[in-house]
Design a protein around this ligand. Structure first.
Ligand SMILES: Nc1ncnc2c1ncn2[C@@H]1O[C@H](COP(=O)(O)OP(=O)(O)OP(=O)(O)O)[C@@H](O)[C@H]1O
Length: 454
């Protein structure tokens, strides 16, 4: 569902309250005005209860309170702006909430976590938030929201010509080089790609951080959309993550050759064509068994773990590089190969709240990345433990010199169980994926983190 399609002008308001409870009441009031069957008191209680167990403050002055209820509609979104700011338990010091995006989701909405994640990703863009908070009036705020959520921002005419030329060339190269598909890196364009100008007569895959479904009259220019969240500034690393996700989703196969067209993120300009032989790129992972993704691991879960790992490698923690180990899938077996080093910080939380697909888990996982040991994650995304010692050993395995016990444990557990292990190295800043003992570097070179990195 397109985000801009669930925003209504009548549910975009200026808030008068100075505290969260009052602000939520104001937002619920505009929802009830349109949907009288809603029960505002029960909703308010549920929203506040969630807030008391886990903050919905996202940073940059934005909170995303959310709740699931039994209702006929899939989603109701209400957005409140506060010019003076609202006190919120999740904020630090004098920080105030200036934008509240309240999501009410029906119990049957199956893409609930994805929807939450899409909204969170958009309102974590400080530029968009500034423009929303600074909008001269509510009509302008609404227009900017639709623009930001719908990704409709014009690309200059001259750039458009060059982009069309590049795309036509991509198709020509793809045909000449016998490629199975074209992969388009959509985040080259601020706010997403206007797909109607780019159409190829062959399989075309869109890679983007913010997938936007075309509206009904727009038609479908892309055969598939691959969502990646990788923050890596290295374009080759992004390409590799996107291909890995496409492989795990069965969108491309090992035998394919793919023509990729992209440019610098946000530049509005295609500048690169790359032809990739998938088999050659991923040859280390080919051990005669084509199944890259363990049977119980959802592609979006692996995608998310890769994204968090890459972000940790790029950002570090408080200016310092961090190391981390994630073990994903085959929990039954993995649980027998791990033991706690510390009390499990995820113990007692609802599965939905500790699912890696839940956008509020990003910060939590990053916060716990400083704990010694591994995150153990089920194939459906539920984080079972953090701070686990991986006890699998694989005496036959030789790793490149310089890699220590964290990488050895990742390699060994990926042999002993049908899982994927991902390592963020604290010493090199590299992210490496292990599957059946085979290692695949996901980032190309050392990423400098803060002043302390060497
Ligand atoms: N078996 C294991 N299970 C879980 N965590 C481990 C295991 N072995 C090591 N670690 C974690 O990895 C950290 C770094 O260990 P070490 O330096 O030997 O590994 P490494 O592979 O060189 O990783 P890095 O590149 O991050 O330094 C340890 O402090 C510990 O937190």
């Amino acid at each position: 569902m397109r985000l801009d399609q669930i925003i209504a002008r009548s549910r975009v308001v200026d808030l008068r309250s100075l505290d969260l409870e009052g602000a939520l009441q104001e937002l619920l009031a505009v929802c009830v005005a349109r949907f009288p069957d809603l029960k505002p008191d029960a909703l308010l209680r549920a929203l506040l209860a969630r807030e008391s167990t886990m903050t919905t403050y996202l940073g940059y002055g934005v909170a995303l309170p959310h709740v699931r209820v039994k209702m006929k509609r899939r989603y109701i979104l209400a957005i409140g702006r506060s010019r003076v700011g609202i006190r919120h338990d999740g904020t630090k010091d004098e920080e105030r909430v200036r934008l509240i995006v309240m999501l009410i989701a029906g119990e049957d909405a199956r893409d609930y976590l994805q929807m939450l994640a899409s909204i969170a990703r958009l309102v974590k863009d400080p530029e968009l938030v500034e423009s929303l908070v600074g909008a001269p009036d509510l009509d302008a705020l609404y227009e900017r929201l639709i623009g930001g959520f719908g990704g409709i921002r014009p690309v200059q005419a001259q750039q458009n010509r060059i982009n069309r030329l590049m795309f036509t060339e991509a198709e020509r190269v793809a045909r000449g080089a016998d490629c199975a598909s074209i992969m388009v890196f959509g985040d080259t364009f601020i706010g997403g790609l206007q797909s109607d100008s780019l159409r190829a007569r062959m399989k075309t895959i869109l890679v983007t951080r913010n997938p936007i479904e075309p509206s009904e009259n727009e038609g479908k220019a892309f055969t598939e959309t691959i969502q990646v969240r990788s923050f890596s500034s290295s374009r080759l690393a992004q390409l590799r993550s996107a291909m890995l996700v496409a492989l795990t989703r069965g969108v491309i196969s090992f035998k394919d050759r793919v023509c990729c067209v992209g440019g610098i993120t946000g530049s509005n300009q295609f500048d690169t064509l790359v032809v990739v032989d998938v088999e050659r790129e991923f040859s280390p992972l080919l051990t005669g068994q084509a199944q890259l993704l363990p049977a119980d691991v959802k592609a979006e879960v692996l995608e998310r773990v890769i994204a968090i790992a890459t972000e940790l490698a790029v950002e570090g923690r408080e200016g310092r590089p961090v190391g981390c180990l994630f073990v994903v899938g085959d929990y039954e077996k993995v649980s027998k190969l791990t033991k706690p080093l510390v009390l499990n910080p995820f113990y007692g939380y609802k599965e939905e709240d500790r699912n890696i697909l839940n956008p509020f888990m990003d910060e939590t996982v990053k916060e716990f990345s400083s704990i010694d040991g591994a995150f153990v994650i089920r194939g459906d995304g539920v984080v079972e433990t953090a701070g686990s010692l991986v006890q699998a050993t694989d005496a036959d395995h030789t790793l490149p010199s310089g890699l220590g016990s964290r990488h050895a444990a990742a390699a060994a557990v990926s042999v002993a169980a049908n899982c994927i292990a991902l390592v963020v190295s604290s010493s090199t800043g590299l992210v490496t994926l292990f599957r059946r003992g085979v290692m695949l570097p996901l980032t190309e070179k050392k990423i400098a983190v803060g002043a302390n990195s060497t």
